[in-house]
Ligand binder design. Structure first.
Ligand code: 5GP
Ligand code: MN
Length: 346
């Protein structure tokens, strides 16, 4: 029986037209794994285009290959992007598991005659790929890309620049090596990447220490005035309106990481950030321990993700969304507080 790696090996034996795509608002893992995979495929003689379904934070634009990423904009390049997907021999879908995560591009993937390859670590993958690497236990898609290149026998093709893209993905998806997903394997891979002299501190600095002054002031405002701590359910949350985003000239990526501040409060096990994006309210969920935010967001907010980090969406107003969130919490009282719901004595 053929394994995904042998199927991939056979597929890549001839030069192919490859499109690599990743999820909406790519993060460091999404973009880093896509660009490292692109760097590898190019060295192997394939023609590669990376297509992002939306823009992404400026703190990722140092990655090698960034300048050639095609950012899908419906009104600007719809026909060109549709054509790219339609003509591709191979479409690689990295760091997402459901085609609804890539907006319109989901239809282009579905209807393309290309061979579809999935490389992802989210839970409950949709069954659309011909060759599927799905490892919900992996810390990052970048970890899986490293292993795939190694298992194809080509670790020596990983350059410093590719290594820094992979490092960025692993570093951010493990919360700088502190989430439980930070396995021995993760550290062994970093040790391998260090062999090609990746600059750990430079990657960390480019991602975490490159904020604008106004972004820092926005953070100050949010922590002082917007953070709500609900001790009854060990939950903390932040809701941000469009007006506030405008006031602080918020750019893509500026709200990333806010949710971790809410989760960093002692005793808090569940954190949420609600951002009013106009067309919808985008939500980030995080938890510590057993409480599954991927189940929570799948069940109530049309989302998904990982056990302790997930996201979802709401088409109600910001206030209605927060009210609904608060009205759901009592259902989870036992998981959030460890105390069973009080039952009236018989
Ligand atoms: P973040 O809160 O950083 O945007 O996302 C946390 C995790 O949940 C990421 O792995 C992300 O891919 C996933 N995620 C975010 N939003 C959604 C969503 O709307 N649907 C699904 N299925 N996953 C999401
Ligand atoms: Mn990821």
């Amino acid at each position: 029986m053929s394994t995904p790696i042998s199927a991939l090996q056979a597929l890549l034996a001839q030069p192919q037209q490859v499109v690599i795509t990743t999820h909406h608002k790519p993060d460091a893992d999404a973009l880093g794994s896509s660009l490292a995979w692109a760097g590898y495929l190019k060295q192997r003689g394939h023609h590669v285009t990376v297509v992002a379904p939306s823009d992404y934070p400026a703190f990722l634009n140092w990655m090698e290959g960034n300048d050639e990423v095609v950012i899908y904009e419906k009104r600007q390049n719809d026909a060109q992007v549709r054509d790219l997907f339609h003509r591709a021999d191979v479409i690689c879908c990295l760091d997402f598991s459901c085609l609804n995560r890539i907006n319109e591009l989901g239809d282009y993937v579905r209807s393309s005659p290309a061979v579809k390859v999935l490389v992802d670590h989210h839970q409950q993958p949709e069954n659309f790929a011909d060759i599927s690497f799905s490892q919900p236990k992996a810390a990052a898609t970048a970890e899986m890309i490293f292993e795939i290149i190694r298992d194809l026998g080509d670790q020596d093709l990983i350059t410093k620049e590719m290594g820094e893209c992979l490092y960025a993905g692993i570093m951010t998806d493990t919360g700088s090596f502190r989430h439980p997903s930070t396995s021995r394997n993760v550290h062994l891979i970093i040790a391998e990447l260090l062999k090609v002299n990746i600059d750990l501190s430079a990657v960390h600095r480019r991602i975490y220490d490159s904020h604008s002054e106004i972004r820092l002031r926005f953070l100050g405002y949010v922590l002082k005035d917007k953070l709500v701590v609900n001790r009854k359910y060990n939950t903390a949350y932040i809701a941000i309106s469009q007006e506030e985003l405008r006031e602080y000239q918020s750019k893509t990526g500026d709200t990333e990481g806010l949710v971790n501040y809410a989760l960093s409060i002692e005793g808090i096990v569940f954190a949420a950030v609600f951002i009013d994006r106009g067309v919808a309210v985008k939500i980030s969920f995080r938890s510590v321990g057993d409480f599954s935010v991927s189940d929570f967001s799948r069940r109530h907010f049309d989302g998904g993700g990982h056990h302790n980090a997930s996201g979802g969406i709401s088409y109600q107003t910001l206030d209605e969304t927060v009210d609904r969130f608060l009205s759901i919490l009592p259902e989870y009282q036992e998981q959030l507080t460890g105390a069973p719901l009080a039952v009236a004595p018989p």
